[in-house]
Design a binder for this molecule. Sequence first.
Ligand SMILES: Nc1ncnc2c1ncn2[C@@H]1O[C@H](COP(=O)(O)OP(=O)(O)OP(=O)(O)O)[C@@H](O)[C@H]1O
Ligand SMILES: [Mg+2]
Length: 432
Amino acid sequence: MNCFYYFKDKSKSNRQISAPELKEGHKKLSQFSGAEPERVTKSSCSSSTSYRGIPELYEEKARNLRAFSFTELKHATNDFSRLLKIGEGGFGSVYKGSIKHVEGNGDPVLVAIKRLNKDASQGHKQWLAEVQFLGVVEHPNLVKLIGYCASDDERGIQRLLVYEYMPNKSLESHLFEKAYDPLPWKTRLEIALGAAQGLAYLHEELEVQVIYRDFKSSNVLLDANLKPKLSDFGLAREGPAAGDTHVSTAVMGTYGYAAPDYVETGHLTAKSDVWSYGVVLYEILTGRRSLERNRPKMEQKLLEWIKQYPPDSKRFESIMDSAFVGQYSISGARKVAKLADSCLRKSAKDRPTMRQVVERLKQIIQDYDEENTAEKNVDAAENDVVEHEEKMNESDSSVLWKKRMEHLEKLGEHVESASRRRFMILQRINVP
Ligand SMILES: Nc1ncnc2c1ncn2[C@@H]1O[C@H](COP(=O)(O)OP(=O)(O)OP(=O)(O)O)[C@@H](O)[C@H]1O
Ligand SMILES: [Mg+2]
């Protein structure tokens, strides 16, 4: 799904710094003067003098990003072979590639290489934002940036990003593409939890708050164990400084996921991400995209459609992904839908924080595990009863059998030899 970039005039801005111009060839990122992503107006209540933003933190922290030459990445992708292309988004194409270890020894490392489209006007700013944010952040639920390439030469401007390779595509692919087996209920819950933990880290655990601004299922990548990692930090922004309520900025994001209050006012807060998270929770429950133009009119917008099926209603179950075929917990699904509804509250301040979402999801997963264990115990107890009954029946019949044998033996003394032989045969069959 494409991003939208429509600009609302926020001319009050006092920190707007234009994107840096690249004039030379291959440069280290730290050499870009004024290397700052699109800066924005912070709602004015306070002004901090010792403020350290992402660029300052980047200078301090991001020492181990590798600066690749364009030739290196060309070799890594077999000259950007179409056979190695693994995706395409608003920024450009993504290729699978392999690079040498920093030390030059050991097995080659698999990577994903994103190459900026030549005509992407927002491209450079997004590229720079991504390098700076991913250079600073570090969390198991955020994709790892290995390095970058910036080179200007006769071929034109080249901007590339080199990430750890995520072999299981995105949550979007698993939810909506027929080629994949449907994700089990518990896996969906764990993916939701991991993604929430990634957002909570960005909102609350860094020196500066980071608003992700483009949370959607295609930006949740999955590793070999289906562990989720957020990718695409091109639209990420620093949150408001202490004492400020929001950041005013050009409205950017993806249709179907962006919070309506942000779209209307351009006021960005961490709660804008919480809204987008709520949308993805409903995608996880229903197996439907936030916008599907090929459905009947009433069903095209996921959030409008699900309103007719509140979590506590009897009809609720009919919105669940049909791929589940009964393998989910209905009570758990209702809890997840309620959580999603709280993320989708009209007023941003009424939405939970991502930390609260994480706590709630952990509880839902724990309830599910307990429900499952209780169910398994009931099944085991039922099996014990059945086994016991079977044994009882067996022993009943062996008692009967013995009695019958004794009776026949007595009779046998008087019957003819043919009947006797038949009796002996019967006995042989039944004696273990
Ligand atoms: N690190 C990675 N490892 C493996 N595959 C990746 C990686 N990064 C991206 N991809 C693949 O490339 C696809 C396109 O990613 P990209 O972020 O460019 O576009 P998008 O998320 O679909 O759209 P948008 O540009 O709106 O974010 C992803 O869906 C994924 O399948
Ligand atoms: Mg993406």
